[in-house]
Design a binder for this molecule. Structure first.
Ligand SMILES: [Fe+2]
Length: 237
C-alpha cells in the first residue's frame, strides 16, 4: 500500500515495520498526562485502532507543560517501560515512546524523540503567535533533531486571514518560512474527516507540505476520530 504521508512512511522504515500504518501522536498509555485514565480503556481504543488498520502506535504524552510539572523525559520512559509490554501483548500493536513537547522556553535538558527516530514532536500556544518560535526550532535542530510541529490546523497565527477588497485569502508565508528552515508538519486525522472546516489546508495538502498524520487520541470521550488507514492509501487531496 502507498501511505500518502511521507513522515509516517519514514517512521515505519526507521522502525522496520511491514507497512506505514503508523499513528504517531496519541496519549493512550493509561494514567499519565491528560490522556486515558484506565488501562482497559487504553486497550479498547487501541483494539479499535487495530480494526481500522493500525500497525504501530506512538505514545506522545505532554512534556514541558506547566500543568504537569512532574513529567520529565525520565518519568515518560519509566511509564512506557512499565505499561507498553502489557498493552502490546493484549493488542498485538507495536508501541513506541515519544513525547509532545510544549514549545515554551526554557526547553528541558533532555528531549524525547519519536521512537528511534530524530523527530521531535512539538506543540505551541494555540491563539497567540509565539515570538520565540524560530529560536526554539533552531535550538532543537542544533541539538541534532528534526522538528515536527503538532496539529498545525489548530494554530490561528499560522494561517492568518488577509482581506483584500471583498476577498478573503489565507497567508501561508509563515508556513513557507518554517518549511525553508526544514520544519515538518503534522495534522490530526480530524482534518480529513471535516474537510469543510479545514478548507484552508487543501492547498498545502495538495502540495504534500504536511508530512505527518496522527489521531492525537486522548480518551474515549474526546470525539477525535481514529485513523482509517484505508482512507490514506493512494489518495489525492
Ligand atoms: Fe497531543
Amino acid at each position: 500500500m502507498n501511505m500518502v504521508f511521507s513522515g509516517n512512511v519514514e517512521l515505519a522504515r526507521i522502525h522496520g515495520l511491514k507497512n506505514a500504518n503508523v499513528d504517531m501522536h496519541s496519549h493512550l498509555l493509561a494514567g499519565f498526562d491528560d490522556g486515558v485514565r484506565r488501562l482497559e480503556d487504553a486497550i479498547e481504543i487501541i483494539q479499535q485502532m487495530k480494526a481500522k488498520g493500525l500497525e504501530a502506535l506512538f505514545w506522545t504524552p505532554h512534556h514541558n507543560l506547566n500543568t504537569f510539572p512532574g513529567i520529565s523525559a525520565e518519568t515518560i520512559e519509566m511509564h512506557f517501560e512499565k505499561f507498553a509490554p502489557l498493552i502490546e501483548q493484549k493488542t498485538g500493536i507495536q508501541l513506541f515512546c515519544g513525547a509532545e513537547l510544549y514549545g515554551s522556553p526554557p526547553l528541558p535538558g533532555k528531549l524525547v524523540p519519536l521512537g528511534k527516530s530524530d523527530f521531535v514532536l512539538i506543540e505551541f500556544p494555540l491563539d497567540i503567535y509565539p515570538r520565540y518560535l524560530f529560536d526554539l526550532v533552531y535550538q532543537i535542530q542544533i541539538a541534532g533533531y528534526r522538528v515536527v510541529i503538532a496539529h498545525i490546523e489548530r494554530y490561528q497565527w499560522l494561517f492568518p486571514v488577509r482581506k483584500r477588497f471583498l476577498k478573503k485569502t489565507i497567508d501561508y508565508t509563515l508556513m513557507e518560512e518554517l518549511k525553508n528552515k526544514g520544519v515538518y508538519f503534522q495534522i490530526n486525522y480530524s482534518v480529513l474527516t471535516n474537510r469543510t472546516k479545514y478548507q484552508y489546508l487543501t492547498p498545502v495538502l495538495k502540495d504534500k507540505k504536511i508530512e505527518f498524520i496522527g489521531s492525537d487520541k486522548h480518551h474515549c470521550e474526546d470525539n477525535r476520530p481514529l485513523i482509517d488507514f484505508s482512507d490514506l492509501e493512494d489518495r489525492s487531496f
